[in-house]
Design a protein around this ligand. Structure first.
Ligand code: NAD
Length: 333
């Protein structure tokens, strides 16, 4: 019989890609999403790709009563993947309470319900923001949590600590910078947020939504002076969730965290340059001052997940840039 995986935030960008990979690996995903930052089209897209019907509950994870009903109805949940959260760093600075109540509140309710319904396994969407500005690069999982650069980053730190304290088996996946889309272009990032990640901003310039983009600082201690990040294809990221589910279901007493990045840093200018070459487009950009809260450089040591889960990135950065642009074009049709 197929194992049931409850996927909160499954209509979102990373969630919808994970639905496809779960289904392709023989799991039955059950989705909860309030569609606050996504679209039902991602569920429909995942159904089209997998040629299957996906169980979908339009619910808010912070609604205890409704979530309890769902746990009562779906008696055999084997594991939960908790994506549901707000993710805009910028907005979290302006409205920190919104972030604390949704990101932490939803997890508290989930842990509570998992305990009372005997669901013992959770995969949590964390972020490399938990490291703040790491002292050593590439950063590995032994690095301490740094000073959070935003309330959003702080919610991820607090959530990891909450999970750590619980009795539940857990894997926190610390994503670096997810990019790209499924090759079908049937699912992708439907975020209502104003993008503050590099590739979505480049795509907006490419589509004409923005005239030009600003590069925040070129006087950092990096090869070309612009910030360096670790970009991971969303399909590789989604596959890592399946491996994490396999691992947690086949082992007892797991409490761990893995970095999810490719292990290579790319600068802002390198990304713009690659995007232009891959998509044969010109991206108008200008150099500007540094932006508050930006970490100079961060990229992952992914050895732990390589060894323990056998996960390695296989998708190319070029395909991430190509599919990101394909998704942007379709979004604007
Ligand atoms: P997303 O906004 O596309 O997906 C999140 C989904 O959760 C959305 O569909 C939204 O409608 C839903 N949601 C939010 N609050 C909810 C609630 N209370 N109840 C029900 N549904 C709710 O974001 P994403 O990029 O797919 O990110 C998924 C997770 O990964 C988030 O936890 C995010 O913080 C984390 N993360 C994302 C990135 C990134 O760059 N995309 C990087 C690191 C970590």
């Amino acid at each position: 019989m197929k194992k049931n995986i409850l996927v909160t935030g499954g209509a979102g960008y990373i969630g919808s890609h994970t639905l496809v990979e779960l289904y392709n690996s023989g799991y039955k995903p059950i989705v909860v999403d309030n569609l606050s930052n996504s679209s039902l089209n991602n569920i429909k897209g995942a159904e089209q790709i997998t040629k299957s019907k996906i169980d979908f509950y339009k619910l808010d994870c912070t609604d205890f009563e409704q979530m309890n009903k769902l746990f009562e109805e779906q008696k055999n949940i084997d594991a939960v993947i908790h994506f549901a959260a707000f993710k805009s760093v910028e907005e979290s600075v302006i409205q920190p309470d919104k972030y604390f109540s949704n990101n932490i509140g939803s997890l508290e309710i989930l842990i509570n319900l998992m305990n009372s319904h005997n669901v013992n396994n959770i995969i949590f969407s964390s972020s490399c923001t938990v490291y703040g500005s790491p002292e050593f690069l590439p950063v590995n999982e032994l690095a301490p949590f740094g000073k959070a650069e935003s309330p959003y980053g702080e919610t991820k730190q607090l959530c990891e600590k909450l999970i750590q304290k619980s009795e539940i088996n857990s894997i926190s996946l610390r994503y670096f910078n997810p990019v790209g889309s499924h090759p079908s272009s049937l699912i992708g990032d439907c975020s209502a947020d104003k993008p503050n990640n590099l590739v979505p901003i480049i795509c907006e310039v490419a589509s004409g939504k923005r005239k030009s983009m600003q590069i925040f600082g070129n006087d950092y201690n990096t090869p070309d002076g612009t910030c360096v990040r670790d970009y991971i294809h969303v399909v590789d990221l989604a596959k890592a969730h399946v491996m994490a589910v396999n691992h947690i279901l086949n082992n007892t007493k797991i409490k761990t965290a893995y970095n999810l990045g490719v292990g290579k840093g790319l600068s802002v200018l390198e990304v713009i340059d690659s995007f232009q070459k891959v998509n044969n487009l010109k991206i108008s950009h200008a150099l500007g001052p540094r932006r508050a809260g930006d970490v100079e450089k961060i990229y992952s040591d992914n050895t732990k997940i390589n060894i323990e889960l056998g996960w390695f990135p296989v998708m190319s950065f070029e395909s991430a840039l190509e599919t990101a642009w394909n998704w942007e074009k379709l979004k604007n049709l």
